[in-house]
Design a protein around this ligand. Sequence first.
Ligand SMILES: Nc1ncnc2c1ncn2[C@@H]1O[C@H](COP(=O)(O)OP(=O)(O)OP(=O)(O)O)[C@@H](O)[C@H]1O
Length: 275
Amino acid sequence: MTGTLEVHHLSYAVSGLPLVDDVSFAVPGGGLVALVGPNGAGKTTLLRLMAGTHRAASPEQAGVLVDGVDLLGLARRDRARQLALVEQASHAEFMLTVRQVVELGRIPHQSRWAVGSEDPGVVERAIDLAGVRHLADRELSTLSGGEQQRVHLARALAQQPRLLLLDEPTNHLDIRAQLESLDLLRRLAGQDAQGGGDLTVVAALHDLNLALAYCEHTVLLAGGRVRAVGRTEEVLTPEAIGTAYGVVADLVPHPRTGRPMVAFTPAHAPVPAHR
Ligand SMILES: Nc1ncnc2c1ncn2[C@@H]1O[C@H](COP(=O)(O)OP(=O)(O)OP(=O)(O)O)[C@@H](O)[C@H]1O
């Protein structure tokens, strides 16, 4: 039983301009869900709304439900036991070592009076899962962008959330690290998070081929609104991609796996009639 992730009526506006406009969707829980859409579509804003770091307009209608429990209705500390958000650039904690940063993920689970990590096993497992053991004693500030990204993932894993929200987790990674990261996320999604149910991962991605290869479900956002939601190959049709991004796209079978992948036609190339 994997449950569901339901998002209800999330809206956010700045100076009267809607950045996220009444976003609602539901997807099966316990999987890796892609959040895609062009630059400025509202992906980061939506993830912050889902995490509760941005306060939704009409909060009485807004909700982020995991297996029927509204995470936005929880106190901050309780929510932090259920939900982790990894943003594109986190600049804090630069003077800390990698292990110390990962230990910060345990704070929501510690009793108010406890000092240090109450369960070092969780931290060490997160360090191993994210592949940063060789960096554990380095200061965060000395790491490359891609290495820092893995550390932030390790910290989020140490939090043992039910819902993990990632803003462009492949941004600074080389191609092998991108594939490894998404492999890891897909394996983690669906695993028992903390004895209370399966982990659901939502990742904002720019690479539609990564979404097609790794994510069973996809939410397509454009202009702050959901344009399509469902199984990835049904959402990322050439028509939907063309409308959302303003490009010419075709779906072709991957030469090795046979699964659909997107081929883009360069803007300067003549576009022949569809074969
Ligand atoms: N504080 C703000 N004031 C005004 N506009 C904002 C503010 N924050 C975000 N925006 C605008 O809201 C829109 C959505 O931004 P957001 O960062 O959520 O998009 P995104 O889909 O994550 O984009 P990208 O793919 O480029 O990272 C953008 O046009 C952005 O300029």
